[in-house]
Each structure stands twice: as structure tokens, then as C-alpha cells.
Design a protein around this ligand. Structure first.
Ligand code: FMN
Length: 265
């Protein structure tokens, strides 16, 4: 489905040609897919993808995450309603909630009389979120290598109490993002430009002068191509996305975490 060669994907991503690109296969042609064929993905395939996820590196081998797949339509509908009512959640064959899991390790260690008293440190929140993201992205790369499409769902954080309840998560667990998975319905989703490499890749030391280069211009062209309002620059849109009143309910997280004894110190 994603037909671009690595060189073509590079050009679409960065607006310029490149020489000497290694053969990166499908690694450069990711795009979020929000429309799926009405065609199942076999459970055995998903089991392989979960194995790929579990093969990711993980801090101190603690594996501070869990994955909850949700296929049951009524539960899926309730999760969707709590996550911003997004069509991809309703329509994808497989939906996964990626969960930061500080529960399992505590239970296992308690068997040895170890209470894991440090789990309330911010460090463990960071470790759990990083572990979940690394596992998810490895699953995504594996899925895309099979021609599957995905869309991450940060909307899973819109109503953390409700999501905890729906997924029956024990104390010490919370949904950090969702992931929709299925066969892409069309080639309507396109490679989205990224910041210039020079904006992101600093050599030897961070250079605050890097800025965003020509990114607003390239994103304006992308918005126009996609039929979106090209007048508002990426930097302006992104600035608005960072407003405190544009968080879709996610302002509650400090309170939520503290009620669950997470990130206390
Ligand atoms: C953690 C995370 C959460 C996201 N949440 C959503 C979401 O709730 N809904 C959605 O449609 N896309 C979501 N996305 C997709 C991003 O909007 C998308 O990755 C970004 O715009 C870049 O586009 P691309 O993935 O097509 O390259 C999310 C992506 C990430 C990594």
C-alpha cells in the first residue's frame, strides 16, 4: 500500500533529494492511517506483532507496560466515546490500549518481600511511558512491514478515570495511548513532511539557532494538498495546540497520577 521508495519518501518528508541513503525499506514511509478495509487481521498476525513489541529494549528489563486489545464492540464504543469519538477507533479491526504498568512489578517483587517503595518517583512514570512507546513503535514498524496501517490515539488520555474503569486497570496502571491497526482502505493518506534534519539533529552540542527552517512553508503546501486551511502556519497551529485550554480534558493528569500514588516525588 505504501509504495514510495526510501528516496521518494525522503523527498516528501524533507522537501529535498538525498544521496547515499541506505536501503531503509519501509522505515521512511510511515503515515497515520485512519480508514481501514473491512477485513480482519488474523489473531496469529497480532500475536506476532505483540512479540515484536515485547522485543523492544526496555529500561533495566523492567517491562513497565501492558497492552490491552479491545475487540468487543460495546466496550470499543465506550472507549471511543471517552477518547474524543474518533472514527478510526470505531472502525479498525484491532484496537490496543498501551498501558503504563507499575502494578505487575510490585506484585512480583512483593513475593520476595520487596515493596518497591520507589515506584512513586517521577522516574518510574518516565520509564513506564518510554517503555510503552518503544514497544508500540516496534509493533508499528513490524505492522507496517506487513502492509498494515496504524494510528496512535492520544485521545485515550482524555478521560483517564473512565479508561481505567473500562479496562479494569488495577492501581498503578493507566492508559497512556491507544493504537488502531488494520489494512489501509485506500492510498488517500500521504507522507507528512517533517522538520528539516538540521532542526532536529544537533552535532556535538545543542544549537538553539537551528529553528524550524522552511517547515512552515512545506507544511503550508502539504495542508493545501490535503485540502486543509493552508493559511494558519504549522508553528501557529502548534502554538495553539500548546494552550492550556486546548488539552481535551488532559489537564487532569497531575491530579489523576497523584490520586494513584504515581509521580509523587
Ligand atoms: C502518541 C500519539 C498520539 C496520537 N494521537 C492521535 C489521535 O488521538 N488521533 C489521531 O487522529 N492521530 C493521533 N496521532 C497521530 C499524529 O497526529 C500523527 O502521527 C502526526 O500528525 C504525524 O502524521 P503522520 O503519522 O501521518 O506522519 C497521535 C500520534 C502519537 C505519536
Amino acid at each position: 500500500m505504501f509504495a514510495e521508495s526510501p528516496a521518494e519518501a525522503f523527498r516528501l518528508r524533507f522537501g529535498q533529494e538525498t544521496d547515499g541513503l541506505p536501503d531503509l525499506g519501509r522505515f521512511l514511509n510511515h503515515r497515520s492511517v485512519r480508514h481501514y478495509l473491512d477485513k480482519d487481521v488474523p489473531r496469529e498476525t497480532v500475536a506476532g506483532l505483540v512479540a515484536a513489541a515485547q522485543s523492544a529494549a526496555t529500561s533495566s528489563n523492567l517491562q513497565l507496560y501492558s497492552i490491552v486489545s479491545v475487540r468487543e464492540p460495546d466496550l470499543r464504543q465506550q472507549i471511543n466515546a471517552a477518547s474524543g469519538d474518533q472514527r478510526a477507533i470505531a472502525e479498525c479491526p484491532w484496537f490496543f490500549a498501551f498501558v503504563v504498568d507499575l502494578h505487575r512489578i510490585r506484585l512480583a517483587a512483593l513475593e520476595h518481600g520487596e515493596p518497591c517503595a520507589g515506584l512513586d518517583l517521577v522516574e518510574f512514570l518516565i520509564m513506564g511511558a518510554v517503555d510503552a512507546a518503544l514497544a508500540a513503535e516496534r509493533m508499528v514498524c513490524a505492522a507496517e512491514s506487513l502492509g498494515l496501517g496504524i494510528c496512535y490515539i492520544g485521545g485515550l488520555r482524555n478521560n483517564p478515570d473512565q479508561i481505567n474503569q473500562l479496562l479494569q486497570l488495577p492501581n498503578g496502571c493507566f492508559g497512556v495511548f491507544g493504537l488502531c491497526l488494520g489494512w489501509p482502505a485506500s492510498d488517500a493518506d500521504h507522507i507528512k513532511p517533517r522538520l528539516p534534519q538540521a532542526s532536529v539533529w544537533h552535532e556535538e552540542a545543542y544549537d538553539p539557532a537551528h529553528g524550524i527552517g522552511d517547515y512552515d512553508e512545506r507544511m503550508a503546501a502539504f495542508y493545501a494538498q490535503e485540502g486543509l486551511n493552508a493559511n494558519a502556519a504549522w508553528s501557529e497551529r502548534s502554538g495553539k495546540r500548546c494552550r492550556p485550554d486546548r488539552q481535551s480534558g488532559r489537564e487532569v493528569w497531575l491530579d489523576f497520577l497523584h490520586r494513584h500514588g504515581i509521580a509523587m516525588r
